[in-house]
Design a protein. Sequence first.
Length: 892
Amino acid sequence: MTLLVLLHGVAALLAPVALTRLGRRAFLLLALVPGASALWFLSQAPLVFSGGALDEFIPWVTQLGLHLDFRLDALSWTMAMIVTGVGALVLVYCAAYFSATAKALARFGGVFVAFAGAMLGLVTTDNTLMMYVFWELTTVFSYLLIGHYHERQASRRAASQAILVTTFGGLAMLAGIIGLAELPGGSYELSRLVSNGAEGIVGPEAPGWVVSAFLILILMGAVSKSALIPFHFWLPAAMAAPTPVSAYLHAAAMVKAGVYLVARLAPGFGWNPAWHHVTLWLGLATMILGGYRALRQHDLKLVLAFGTVSQLGMLIAVLGYGSAATALAGMALVVGHSMFKSTLFLSVGVIDWSVGTRDLRKLTGLRKSMPILAVAAAIATGSMIGLPPMAGFVAKEGALTAFTDAQDWPTVAVFVLGSIITFAYGLRFWFGAFGDRTVEEPAEPRYHSRLILAPIVFLTVVTLVLGIVPAIMDRGLAPYAGQFAGEPGHLVLWHGFTLPLLLTAVVALLGTGIHLVRHRVEGIQGALEMGPSADGAFRATMRGLTHFSADVTAVTQRGSLPTYLMIILAVVVFGAGGAALTMGILPEDVQLYAWWGQVPIAIAAGLTAWMAAHARRRLKAVILSGVSGYAVALLYAVHGGPDIALTQVMVETVSLVIFVLVLRRLPTYFTNRPFARDRWVRVGLASLTGIGVVLMTLIAMAGRGDTPPVSERFPQATLDYGYGYNIVNVTLVDTRAWDTMGEISVILVAATGVASLLFVRDRFGMVDSARNRIPSGRRVQVWGGDDDVDYPLRGSSQQLGPPTWVRAPHRDQRWLPGGRTLAPRRRSLIFEVGTRMVFPTMVVFSLFLLFAGHNSPGGGFAGGLVAGTALMVRYLAASRYELGETLPLYAG
């Protein structure tokens, strides 16, 4: 099974290439992948029919309980046959449906096969987290398939609506999955979770509402995926997708994901009252509403879409009921629905392709011009409305028998009402598509390929065979029904003259009557127009959410850095800090200091920080902040952390210089102070942040309990592993070398971008050093200035002559030449000379730290900071042009 899922993934990657080279004929090649998968699953039928199961397990993320765990039993086998079999037939259909000049076929084919692979993984995995992964993959791929005609607004809107609704339900389902798995007796293994649920050992000590709440969350995922009330509106809108998408996703695959989830969990949790009532009555309500809406539609595809909503509600109601008889009948309904609904969607595609319209008011006489299609659609419609000898009749009789045997008469009444409506819109569909009527300009069908009829005929034959020989379904589904309490009964074509047969006759009679007076029914429906629709409520919700988001953004994103910082700190204090205080335990013995010399240093650090916060001059605040940072570095040093102290000193130095450079372009004093109220809010938040960080650190230290800290064993471990005594350096370059490599890569990319911004000064990529380099042979002015300017000496009327030209023999390159670009009043001769002496020393010292850091204080980080400080000193002495001179080559 793992290989089959991977095979679909490989085929999805190769599909664009095949479709680009071979055109629509490549769909026939792609059909081989799900077709071969269906044949393999068919070969496993003897094992499954005998009640056996096939397991595959590949460990993955053990800490999370996420594994590639697959299990093939009766339920997953049935769903896998539907997914692969119908998928292969729809791909064959695509080869004839799309024109040779259709756009974006390469993307469509790849996404379609990828969706089939994700759906196959969903119905065969035995891991709930892996099921969620496949669940969301189907959501993403369905978004791309529904929005295939991306140039159409209706397609884009339908795709967005579908992904929003199903993703919302998926997130709720994930919460329920995790909640159930983390309860005592819960599990991320799906089969174990179901068996434990059936035994009542999932959360036995938890309140009853806890398990019910988690089940409701899971059902939200199923309800949203299978388009039940109140999420039913996305499915009719998704009919904007191409017909093959509707025939596969909305008849056999995607919408069946929620049905499969209910069927999978029903043996373990069908006894739960919340589960039973939600699935039963929400399903029956959806059955009624969907059928009612189908009676009003004139687009054949929308008739089927609302009919699908109705029948999905019926499937959820029957499968979630929780008895062996309803389980057997429900899965038979799933099989029958997949066959006849795929057939009908594909038939609508042929009509649309041949005639150019799906409006039943413009169609007439198609049963004469398309006899094969008319017969196939008639058989599929008969299965949908429950006429013998089709599979739908056998399954619906089984459901009615189960409900009547249980003497659940309210359920029987609603189920019969929904079946009557189903019968009526089924007749509306077939007679609307193939009946005769008076049309002003009847549409003439054009020639259609025989290949396009092959999948339709095949599905029709399967529908007939499963109805005439129901023992096939009965034997294949019996192992699944055996997981429930009670007697499952049998699927048979003829039960005799029973109450369910009488109810079927009533359904046929009343359904036909509604069809005969359909125009009057449409008028009544128009007069009884319902209030706000679910689609309108969804749009209003999205508009409100958009406006709310805009308001929140306007309040929080005000362009004020203090505001942003306050929000971040408030979240840390009241979020993480509050959780730590409520769940953590403070240590009993807290040592305030290890040596009395730390006390004055700590006082100095705190005092300078307080003075920096109250300083009015910007430069004073920066210097005091730097002093506070140096005091913290001194604390590190006296506490035995020379590496951290060295790093802190270098960081403070670089930060101080950067602050000073920035302050040159800012006012000397801070602007007006905030109001007193804001000041106190900031003081309080800052105080809480400091206290909270300290408390969270203490709680983290106390959380170790009696376990000895890792610091006791870490020095010897680093020596044994990295053969070094510098714990920090060995950890960075040996123990977590790949992490460090990734961090260095990020820094390198950022440094490259910054260097490009600093050095590249024009669109041709020239750097400052190249632009300002003095050509060889030119003489340089020592003092600078123009040749015709005389410079007077102070206190004398004597004038200086023209500048003296100086040329050192055989020296065309001068060290620190960038200073010549500065005005004389901005140059410092002492600083330049000092830089000439200090720069080489700092570079050599940085190399020393690099190589000595394995066993002594230092390391690459400290060495890099020293080298960066050296370049910074050179920049301060001779401007940015001097940095250009440090480039040994043009880096691009």
